[in-house]
Design a protein around this ligand. Structure first.
Ligand code: SF4
Ligand code: SF4
Length: 380
């Protein structure tokens, strides 16, 4: 039986909202207040600040602050400020901002290494150099970056991890993905190999992965939401969405590139508040009206493209890195990593198979054309 769009939208809302949670038994008000009710031995929490909230990463013994600092946008003083406010988790890749992000973090780690856990994207080739740069002898989490669920449990990953773990250079294994995200996370959860997942968790992704996140929590796997505000422009709605994410006990921490004191203060305040019914309704309405603008990196489009184009990476480069974050260099560098054949849209105008497959109804072809108009001169 055909189901119309408004009925689908209503069901999605009920599945993911506080209202629906009452029915599903998942996001209950008791869960929403779980941070207050659960007794935690605060002496075990690194860099504890009573005004910050912390959540455990399964049975690792690690408690992470619910706000964590990403490395895409980074400012030395703001990182210090955040850590002084109880943040105890930072994420970095040597590739962010052409390497300048990790050099900035290096300055912070000179005095703050003992205050935080570090999650490093898998840069095994020069792990010793990266450890030295960050003034440490180990990374707490190594985040393997995999874009196809078939690669998530490649035995070579485990071998590499075990090798460095034996040498004391890494502690726990994490998984991140920018494509095929839901299936990658599912494969990571089912393998039992990973202690921390880092999925894209913007509005449509949260709707789509409610079950995976619940399952991760059930199995004692931490969830570190990234690109959570992707597609939300208004600060008030962003703060409402932060509350919504944290209302879910399965979300361990929200990682965000924060390079201004004001923005950190907004996050810190919102983290202490509960999502109101009005905010939840506003988020729902926004999610529905914004659906066709918000890619969730599911890769459904790429699965049907006869030319095997890297659609979601192209959209991410333009929509997120360039237009939302304002990092042209990152957008260009990300596009440069795509082979010429997988970037070339000259054949693609008539088929529109990708648009038919996209669950969000994104006007992909139009966006790809815009990506080319913006960046072609940088890609020769
Ligand atoms: S319209 Fe272009 S990008 Fe979309 S499926 Fe067809 S060839 Fe691929
Ligand atoms: S464009 Fe649509 S189908 Fe493609 S990754 Fe984004 S949300 Fe998924």
């Amino acid at each position: 039986m055909a189901v119309n769009q408004s009925e689908l939208s209503r069901r999605r809302f009920l599945q993911t909202s506080a209202l629906g949670a009452v029915g599903s038994g998942f996001l209950t008000s008791a869960h929403a207040k779980s941070d207050k009710k659960t007794k935690i031995d605060t002496t075990k929490i690194l860099n504890y600040n009573p005004e910050m909230k912390y959540r455990p990463v399964g049975n690792t013994g690690v408690y992470l602050s619910v706000i964590s600092m990403g490395g895409l946008l980074i400012d030395e003083s703001v990182h210090h400020y955040a850590i002084d406010h109880g943040v105890n988790f930072v994420h970095i890749s040597k590739k962010y901002k052409g390497g300048s992000s990790i050099r900035t973090l290096s300055k912070v780690m000179k005095t703050k290494r003992d205050h935080v856990y570090i999650a490093m994207k898998d840069n095994f080739d020069d792990i010793d150099k990266m450890l030295k740069l960050l003034h440490t002898d180990h990374f707490d989490f190594i985040m393997f970056n995999r874009h196809n669920h078939k690669d998530v449990n490649d035995p070579r990953i485990l071998e590499r991890f075990e090798k460095y773990k034996k040498q004391g250079k890494v502690r726990f294994m994490g998984l991140t993905s920018h494509k095929d995200v839901k299936a990658c996370m599912r494969a990571g959860i089912e393998s039992g190999n990973y202690q921390l997942l880092m999925p894209v968790l913007n509005q449509p992704a949260l709707e789509s992965m409610t079950e995976e996140i619940r399952l991760a929590h059930q199995k004692g796997i931490g969830v570190m939401g990234m690109k959570t505000m992707k597609g939300i422009k208004k600060p008030a709605l962003q703060m409402a969405y932060l509350k919504k994410l944290l209302q879910n006990p399965a979300v361990t921490t929200v990682t965000k590139g924060i390079n201004s004191f004001e923005v950190f203060d907004q996050y810190f305040k919102a983290m202490q508040e509960e999502l109101s019914f009005g905010e939840d309704i506003s988020l729902y309405k926004y999610a529905q009206s914004n659906r066709a603008n918000n890619c969730m990196m599911c890769s459904e489009c790429e699965g049907v493209c006869p030319h095997d184009l890297e659609i979601s990476t192209m959209l991410r480069s333009k929509d997120y890195y360039y237009e939302e974050i304002g990092d042209k260099e990152l957008a260009v560098n990300t596009l440069r990593n795509i082979s010429r054949e997988r970037l070339d849209t000259q054949f693609c105008r008539d088929c529109h198979e990708c648009e038919a497959a996209c669950p969000n109804g994104i006007h992909i072809v139009e966006r790809l054309e815009k990506t080319h108009r913006l960046f072609d001169s940088y890609l020769v």
